[in-house]
Design a protein around this ligand. Structure first.
Ligand code: TMP
Length: 217
């Protein structure tokens, strides 16, 4: 019987360098001969990407209700789990996902103020016990992350999405909620200091991955 693949998630606020570091994680695992499925949330399938559009689109004058936002996040997750994540894990591939349910506890819980117990109910309903084996949380002070986000937006000429338009207090609450998640699950969530030169961040990530690869072998 094929052994179930490992499920690794990458988390952090806006501007912490998730995209660059996700590529490093995927490359490092592939260099060890592992088949990796790289994906993201919200999204990862055409229908889940359409839900992502609803979540991120700042357009229109109809505010998105917080509960509707939470349910959309989990609707996208249910679709993504059914179509991409579970099938990949079952055939023995590893899944590296840019954000997962820790982001819901951070953004909808910390940021929007939704009670963690309600998020946990949806988590149990949608995930039926499936949780990441390892979560890499890229952390940096909010001001530094905001400067990097601004630099990226200036460079790409991009518009801020619906979350990126939030105020500083929202992002402080997101960061606090992420760190609280890490504290509550220290064996699963590894906090990486992202406020250092990229080489140093990537050395830390490689070491963390090598430790896990050894522990899991
Ligand atoms: P990204 O910036 O990493 O592409 O993610 C898109 C946004 O979606 C980001 O601002 C965080 C938000 N988000 C939530 O609010 N809840 C969630 O559960 C997830 C996965 C993302």
């Amino acid at each position: 019987m094929t052994r179930r693949g490992r499920f690794i998630t990458l988390e952090g606020g806006e501007g912490v360098g998730k995209t660059t570091n996700l590529a490093l994680v995927v490359d490092h695992l592939e260099a060890h001969g592992i088949e990796v499925v790289r994906t993201r949330e919200p999204g990862g399938t055409p229908r889940a990407e359409a839900i992502r559009g609803l979540l991120l689109d700042p357009a229109g004058n109809e505010p998105l209700d917080d509960d509707a936002e939470l349910l959309l996040v989990f609707a996208a997750r249910a679709q993504h789990l059914a179509r991409v994540v579970r099938p990949a894990l079952e055939r023995g591939a590893w899944v590296v996902c840019d954000r997962f349910t820790d982001a819901t506890f951070a953004y909808q819980g910390g940021g929007r103020g939704i009670d963690a117990s309600r998020i946990a109910e949806l988590e149990a309903f949608v995930q039926r016990g499936l949780t990441p084996d390892l979560t890499l949380l890229l952390d940096m002070p909010m001001a530094a992350a905001q400067r990097r986000l601004e630099g990226r937006l200036d460079h790409d000429g991009g518009e801020r999405d619906r979350f990126e338009r939030e105020r500083a207090e929202f992002f402080e609450a997101v960061r606090r909620a992420y760190l609280a998640r890490a504290k509550a699950a220290p064996d699963r969530v590894c906090v990486v200091n992202a406020d250092q030169p990229l080489d140093a961040v990537q050395d830390e990530l490689r070491t963390l991955l090598d430790d896990r690869l050894e522990a899991w072998s």
